[in-house]
Design a protein. Structure first.
Length: 70
């Protein structure tokens, strides 16, 4: 096998913008990885996600493809 082929795999701390931190392992250089969003503050995981109907697209679709031609 070739020597020095694989990158160094070490423990890092991940810090989110919300203040949450956790430890993982990574090949990225440095001891800290900064992220914008994590599972503690992401709307999908916190249950605060909202479906927004931009410009009435759902109503427009239903009006166009409704079965009113009976």
């Amino acid at each position: 096998m070739k020597e020095n082929l694989h990158p160094e795999y070490h423990e890092v701390t991940v810090k989110c913008a919300c203040g949450e931190t956790f430890k993982t392992r990574s090949t990225k250089k440095g001891d800290v990885i900064m992220i914008d969003i994590c599972n503690k503050c992401h709307p999908y995981f916190t249950g605060t996600q909202k479906i927004v109907d931009a410009g009435g697209r759902v109503d427009k679709f239903n009006k166009r493809y409704s079965n009113n031609n009976k």
